[in-house]
Design a protein around this ligand. Structure first.
Ligand SMILES: Cc1cc2nc3c(=O)[nH]c(=O)nc-3n(C[C@H](O)[C@H](O)[C@H](O)COP(=O)(O)OP(=O)(O)OC[C@H]3O[C@@H](n4cnc5c(N)ncnc54)[C@H](O)[C@@H]3O)c2cc1C
Length: 410
C-alpha cells in the first residue's frame, strides 16, 4: 500500500507528530515505522518523567516558548486521556551562599519566561515544601509536574490511527518525483512524504536522505539510582540543584515518579554506544563516529573538568550519593539502589558547541527533526504543531474537502 505520509520513529515526538497529522489531515494515509518492538523504547521511555516548567531556557527560544505551551497542552491532554500525571511542583536549591547570585539570575529568567507562580524561598521556607531538603535559598516552581511518558506515547499513537510497523528499521530512503521508496528490514514501502523523528539516529536518517546536517549526534548516558522504599518519605516531590552554568545538564536530582517510586539522577557521561544501556556498553560504529568528529574533541577540551567529575561519579556510588546529600542531608548511601540508565542525543557542532535549541530541516518531500533534546517530551504536543505546520508550508500541501472526504494536494 502507498502512504501519504510516513513518520519514522515512535518516540514521543514521532507519536505527537502522527497524532497532529491525523488532526489536521483527517483522511491522510499515515504510516509509522519503528525499529524497536514497542514505542518509547529509547529516550522517551528512559527519561526523568518530568513536565518541565520552561524556567531554564533562553527567553524567546523555541525551547522556552514550546515548553511553556506544550506543558499546558500536556496537562490538558493527560487529564482528558487518563494518563498518569501530577502537577506537583519542584524546588531548585542553592546549597552554598556563592550560588545565590545564580539562583536569583534563574529566578529573573523564570519571570522573563512568564513561568506562573514561581517564588523565591528563604532557607527556612524550603522545609515547608520539602522537610528533609536543605539549602541557603530556593525557587519553588509550582507548574512543574510528572507524567508517564510511555503511556503518553502509546495513547498518541493509538489516537493517530496510523498503520504502525514495529521491528521495522528504515535502511534506505530513495527519493523520486512522486515521493519516497523506503527500504526497511521488513520490506519496502512507498510514501509521498516522510517526517523523520529518529532521536539518537537523527543525523543518520538525515544522511540517508542526502542531507549533510551541520551537527553530529553524540550519545551521553545518564544513570539513575532509586531510593529504597523505606527512604521514600525523605522526598515529597522534585528536588533539583542549580543547573551547571555551561555543561548541558540539569544536575542529578530527586524525582518522584508517577508510580510513587523516587529516582535519583541522571548524571551525564560520554557513552560508547547510542543505544546500549549498560555502564560498559560499547558499539564500534557509534564510537568511531563520535570520536572521528572534531566537534566531540572540542567539546571534551572545553568541558574536560565537568566530564571528569561526571565520569568518576558514574563509577562511584559514594560520589553520586554525596551530590544528592547536598540536597537532602538525611539520605544515606544505603538508601540508593542502582537503577536504569537513559541516553541523551547531544547534538554537537564542529566547533564543539552543543546545539541548544530544537532544530528541524524541511526539504521538498521530507522533514527531519535533527535536535529534540529535553524538554522535547514536555513540549511534544506544541512541537508537533510547529513541525506539521512547517511540513505543510514547505510541501505546499492544501487541504480540500470534497465528496470523498478530506484529501491533501500539492
Ligand atoms: C536521561 C534523560 C532524561 C530526560 N528527562 C526529561 C524530562 O524529564 N522531561 C522532558 O521533557 N524531557 C526529558 N528528556 C528528553 C526527552 O526524553 C527527549 O527529548 C525526547 O524523548 C525525544 O523524543 P524523540 O521521539 O525525538 O526521540 P526517541 O524517544 O529517542 O525516539 C526516536 C525513535 O526513533 C526510532 N528510530 C531511530 N532510527 C530509526 C530507523 N532507522 N528506523 C525506524 N525507527 C528508528 C528509535 O528506535 C526511537 O524509538 C530526557 C532525556 C534523557 C535521555
Amino acid at each position: 500500500m502507498a502512504y501519504d505520509i510516513t513518520v519514522i520513529g515512535a518516540g514521543v515526538v514521532g507519536a505527537a507528530v502522527a497524532h497532529r497529522l491525523r488532526k489536521v489531515l483527517p483522511d491522510v494515509r499515515l504510516l509509522v515505522l519503528e525499529k524497536e518492538p514497542k514505542p518509547a523504547f529509547h529516550q522517551s521511555g528512559r527519561n526523568s518523567g518530568v513536565i518541565h516548567s520552561g524556567i531554564y531556557y533562553k527567553p524567546g527560544s523555541l525551547k522556552a516558548t514550546l515548553c511553556a505551551k506544550g506543558r499546558e497542552m500536556l496537562y490538558e491532554f493527560a487529564a482528558n486521556e487518563n494518563i498518569p500525571h501530577d502537577r506537583c511542583g519542584k524546588l531548585i536549591l542553592a546549597t552554598e551562599s556563592d550560588e545565590l547570585p545564580r539562583l536569583h539570575h534563574l529566578y529573573e529568567r523564570g519571570l522573563q519566561n512568564a513561568i506562573p507562580g514561581i517564588k523565591l524561598l528563604s532557607a527556612a521556607e524550603i522545609q515547608l515544601y520539602e522537610p528533609e531538603a536543605r539549602g541557603v535559598g530556593a525557587i519553588h516552581v509550582p507548574v512543574t509536574g510528572i507524567i508517564d511518558y510511555k503511556a503518553l506515547t502509546e495513547r498518541l499513537l493509538a489516537l493517530s490511527l496510523a498503520d504502525i510497523r514495529y521491528q521495522t528499521e528504515v535502511l534506505k530512503l530513495r527519493g523520486h518525483s512522486q515521493g519516497y521508496h523506503i527500504e526497511t528490514t521488513r520490506g519496502d514501502y512507498e510514501s509521498s512524504y516522510v517526517i523523520a523523528c529518529a532521536g539518537l539516529q537523527a543525523d543518520r536518517l538525515a544522511r540517508l536522505d542526502g542531507l549533510y546536517p551541520p551537527l553530529r549526534v553524540v550519545p551521553f548516558r545518564g544513570d539513575y539510582y532509586e531510593l529504597r522504599p523505606e527512604a521514600r518519605w525523605k522526598v515529597r516531590h522534585l528536588i533539583y540543584p542549580l543547573p551547571h552554568p555551561t555543561y548541558p545538564v540539569l544536575g542529578v536530582h530527586l524525582t518522584r515518579m508517577t508510580d510513587g517510586s523516587i529516582e535519583a539522577g541522571p548524571n551525564a557521561v560520554f557513552a560508547w554506544a547510542r543505544e546500549v544501556y549498560s555502564r560498559t556498553g560499547f558499539s564500534l560504529r557509534d564510537s568511531i563516529e563520535a570520536l572521528s568528529f572534531v566537534g566531540t574533541w572540542r567539546f571534551f577540551l572545553k568541558h574536560w573538568r565537568e566530564g571528569w567529575t561526571e565520569y568518576r561519579r558514574a563509577f562511584s556510588k559514594r560520589l553520586f550519593w554525596r551530590s544528592l546529600q547536598r540536597l537532602v542531608p538525611s539520605l544515606t548511601e544505603e538508601d540508593l539502589i542502582p537503577a536504569r540508565s537513559g541516553i541523551r542525543a547531544l547534538a554537537l557542532t564542529r566547533d564543539g558547541r552543543f546545539w541548544d535549541d530544537f532544530y528541524f530541516v524541511a526539504q521538498s518531500r521530507s522533514l527531519h527533526v535533527l535536535n529534540a533534546p529535553s524538554p522535547a517530551a514536555t513540549a511534544s504536543l506544541a512541537l508537533a504543531e510547529v513541525i506539521v505546520q512547517k511540513a505543510i508550508d514547505t510541501w505546499q500541501l492544501s487541504i480540500s474537502v470534497g465528496t470523498g472526504g478530506v484529501s491533501i494536494h500539492r
